[in-house]
Design a protein around this ligand. Sequence first.
Ligand SMILES: [Zn+2]
Length: 178
Amino acid sequence: MWLAVVLVALGACLAPGAAPVTGETKPKAMVSEAQVVGWVQSWQKRLRLDDWKIDTRVVRTSELKPDTLGHLKWNSVSHTATIKVLNPADYDIPAADVAEDIEYTVVHELIHLQLSALPRDLNRKDIEEQVVNRLADALMRFERGESFRARSQPVTPYRAKPGESARNAGRREAGAGP
Ligand SMILES: [Zn+2]
């Protein structure tokens, strides 16, 4: 029942150019920048990526590609990388789910970084994306338990109406540096 109400509210928020929902106290997700940095540090250690210097940034929608929740850029020579994750304030999912989703983004981008050691076929980025999502799902399930909702299956709780675009929750970008 509660979920249905949230999804209805969410549908309204996704309409392009829709005015902000007023007269309604939408609970805001509480995720601090320090928390995000903490996830990056602990997953970096687990994935044995200690030889990378990783800069973590919590950014607004305008600093990410459209309909994406995160971004990774790396430089294989200097072993530096930048991970951007979407600011909780710009999330359209229930506030209670935002922390888990941001941690998932962190794991997802770090797996991309792990795979950057391999030769990359830019024509098959879709396959890399699928592999990354499945590995991230498996790791997050170990971390969070059975309640974790896998991202590698298409999830379409938001039915897009004509003229409306639903956020693709599975899409997180990775781009190589020079
Ligand atoms: Zn990705």
